[in-house]
Design a protein around this ligand. Sequence first.
Ligand code: ASP
Length: 351
Amino acid sequence: MIRTISALLAASGLSLASTQAGAEERPWALVLHGGAGVIERADMDADTEAAYRAALSDALALGAAMLESGAPAIDAVEAVIRIMEDEALFNAGRGAVFTSDGRIEHDASIMRASDRQAGAAAGVRGVRHLISLARAVMDESPHVMLQGAGAESFADEQGLERVEESYFFTERRWAAMERQVQSLGLPVPPRPEGAPEPEPVREGSLLEDARSHRFGTVGVVALDRTGELVAGTSTGGTTAKRWGRVGDSPVIGAGTYAGGACGVSATGTGEYFIRLSVAARICARIDLAGEDGQTAADAVIQDELTAMGGDGGVVMIHDGTPLWSFNTSGMYRASQIAGGEPVVAIFDDEG
Ligand code: ASP
């Protein structure tokens, strides 16, 4: 269901900041993703597709309304990601994937282009909105990245909302993790305390999960009317991850980067994105080699990432233009510019 802007804003838990100084003239831009993967029309039923399109439209509409009214890009990125973290369809916040021992450990990061300030948190349990923790690390601490229990106590000091782990529980993600640990020959962990009674999960949705929702991270890049550019990313990581595994999403330069006129948020197999420094690499090609945004993104995703055997993609803004590149058959994505129509797309042959 498409929600009204005021309902979305209220749901994000943030208030609409007043118009910033100097926010009158310049055109804004917004792009977001909800993960990439093997997403085929034939595998997706009409209701599931409609639910994803509505969730992407809602997120886009909230960010567009904020930017149109002159809100700072940092607020728009945080609010849009908070809405997506609350949406169980995505692998971030509620709906995140489970570790092999049945826990939920979130990662997130945020970066602002003008002063290259950044904040990130990794391996965090029980914080409802990890993007707000990443922002607090940037704004309220002298550090760039906090992890685990220390990050959780910092969240408490900052008064961020804590929830029981059962808040994040979804049957579909639990079943996907069970299937994965069984295939690895590992024991199935006990169902988390407070989780609802087991319900049957449609076999088709498990296949969809194994294929299309292997990714499902959310990311947003926003350019506001003052010309400020911000990128942010939030995730539960990968299904049945082990040993405190952390992917690219909280790693500045890998999953998230903003500098100059370039801002990027990535999704895909984090191990490849970290080794290629995907987000920073795209912006560096623009800065150092003078490439345009699409050329730089395609060179890194279609050529370099693909050659390494990695899969996934990015959304980005360069010089005020939203764009994307991915080497999978689909990516949940959406974009809009000031005065333009919303674009919402899933499969690789649209948008
Ligand atoms: N990049 C994320 C990770 O590796 C996963 C994703 O994009 O869904 O943790």
